[in-house]
Design a protein around this ligand. Sequence first.
Ligand code: SF4
Length: 227
Amino acid sequence: MYKVVEMFDSIEGEGKRSGMPATFIRFAGCNLRCGYCDTAYALFGEKEECRYEELGLEDLLSRDIKHCVTLTGGEPLIADGIAELTAQLLDRGHEINIETNGAVDIVGFLQEVGIYDEQKLFFTIDYKLPSSGMSDKMLWNNFENLMPYDVVKFVVGSDEDFLEMKRVINRMRTLYEVMPYMYAGCVYNEYDAKKLVKKLIEDSDTQDVRLQVQLHKIIWDADMRGV
Ligand code: SF4
């Protein structure tokens, strides 16, 4: 049984696959409570929450189109049976993007998944900055064990956040020959994107950080679900 809030086809709104088709599975529940959470409806689950048999997952998985499957939430890595489902999706030939919040052990999760084609599974992992109120929940071990094809995402809501992002990036640089992808975006309606762009351009520590915007909030209504 999986507690799923919604499942839909759309395009990736963020990260290295931004703009590309994907099938999203949004799990209910999260171990964090970020001040700016834009998927609060996923934190506790809702009436339309499904059991596994009700998901239609088998129909989704048997389609000819093998979309990348994005496991998101809430926090997908706290869902019961998530490693088993991930292994199943990989066996069926899907690429998997796991959007995780940085506060759940990804190393242990990968051990549970078992043997897989490394190129087929990547993390888009948040590093929660001070304005989220959750930065003390970050598991540093996660950020020491990423691959060059993983993505670290920073959501900047203040100048203090920007400084902390730089500190984290510089610490990571001491660990990696090839860094994972790094993306920075703004807390929606809280931090000016033009200001962030200026800082990214002018700071020597952020020359390899990509700006990201949340495409789905530009294309559709910012509060619209299932897109
Ligand atoms: S980790 Fe994501 S889903 Fe959980 S509270 Fe923070 S923003 Fe919301």
